[in-house]
Design a protein around this ligand. Structure first.
Ligand code: GDP
Ligand code: ZN
Length: 350
């Protein structure tokens, strides 16, 4: 590894603003306060600069970052994040508001499902909505086809909700169908695997390595004594220069700011909806609703419309939640200003 994995001309020109002690790297995994960073020839650990944290910029796995080496202590600090070309995010869990970034600079997102009880079309629609909003290309993988007598019917079932997204049946365990992934596994390109636990993501990644993955990824982490020890946890480099990222924490997904993704994931409904009598038709019971008519005519399935409406409601809820969050932030800001002003006035008193 003599370059930063996934590095390109655009990044080179963005990085050209930095001279001297700065080093470019890529976040391979993110922990609470430190990140593991791939730099040419090594994996190093780096903290996040206070300035970045204060302005709310958080590096995530896949990010290209600018590092500054502290000349005396030798410790490294992430001082900036280079422009992202794609961004996978989800709604923040709990009562938090806004977006939670999951991974950046991804080219392909493999949504992995498996033959058997994991196969859930509604969940796939949810994944597609989130992935469509990311700017990366979605591809659906139907794993464990060795467990079914009729992979074709399962593939067809998935295709009914997949629109233009390719659906690839395969078996990671018996290594069948893997070749169909090769158009997406290219030098310098980054692919991410998402999906429920147990669908076979790790097995799939392992299948791309002839030997044990830990031995093949020729990136090492330096310990304090400068010895090379463990390898990175989440990012894997294939011998051809492609980069794979294992499940970057997107098991249970909530929609984030995914309105655009929703439109793409349900493009056939959106297309028909242009013919509804009312512009703001919700396709529940309005007269002249072209979508309800299409359901009646068997062109759009009832489940699909219900799913679209459920996800739409969720998006509306999410956006209200983040609005409330914003209002709270504003309030806190003014409270702080008021306190500061009071102190200031008191200072001025004789
Ligand atoms: P992950 O949680 O998505 O990373 O799933 P794993 O890769 O850990 O796989 C979960 C289980 O499914 C393991 O017992 C695997 O051996 C099994 N598995 C993975 N791929 C296949 C497959 O293609 N066929 C079958 N039958 N089992 C598989
Ligand atoms: Zn309508």
């Amino acid at each position: 590894m003599d370059v930063v994995p996934g590095w390109n001309d655009e990044l080179e020109s963005a990085f050209s603003a930095y001279k001297g002690p700065y080093v470019a790297g890529r976040v391979a995994s993110r922990h609470k306060t430190v990140c593991e960073i791939l730099i040419p020839g090594a994996v190093v650990q780096a903290g996040i600069s206070g300035a970045l944290r204060r302005i709310g910029k958080q590096p995530v796995v896949g990010d290209f970052v600018v590092l500054l080496n502290h000349p005396e202590s030798g410790s490294r600090m992430i001082v900036n994040i280079l422009p992202r070309r794609s961004c996978l995010s989800r709604g923040a869990p709990g009562d938090g508001s806004g977006e939670q970034l999951i991974a950046a600079n991804i080219d392909t997102i493999f949504i992995v499902t498996s033959a058997g009880k994991d196969l859930n079309l509604r969940r796939l629609e949810r994944y597609l909505t989130v992935v469509y909003s990311s700017g990366a290309i979605p591809v659906i993988l139907l794993n464990k086809i060795d467990l079914t007598d009729n992979p074709t019917s399962l593939t067809e079932k998935i295709k009914s909700v997949a629109g233009d997204v390719p659906v690839i049946p395969l078996s990671a365990l018996s290594k069948t169908g893997l070749y169909a992934l090769s158009p997406y596994i290219n030098p310098g390109k980054t692919a991410v695997f998402v999906g429920s636990s147990g669908v076979g993501k790790s097995t799939l990644i392992n299948a791309f390595f002839d030997e044990d993955i830990q031995k093949t990824a020729d990136v090492r982490e330096e310990d304090e004594k400068g010895r090379h020890t463990t390898t990175v946890r989440q990012m894997f480099l294939l011998p051809n220069g492609a980069i794979l990222i294992d499940n970057p924490g997107i098991r249970e997904i909530q929609l984030g700011d995914s309105a655009e993704g929703l439109e793409k994931a349900f493009s056939e409904i959106v297309h028909v909806a242009h013919r509804c009598r009312f512009k703001d038709c919700t396709h529940h019971e309005e007269p002249g609703c072209a979508v309800l008519q299409a359901v009646k005519d068997g062109i759009i399935s009832e489940e699909r419309l219900a799913s679209y409406q459920r996800l739409t409601d969720e998006l509306i809820f999410q956006s209200k939640k983040s609005e409330i969050g914003l209002k709270r932030l504003e309030k806190e800001k003014y409270k702080k200003i008021a306190v500061a002003a009071k102190k200031y006035r008191e200072l001025g008193k004789p």
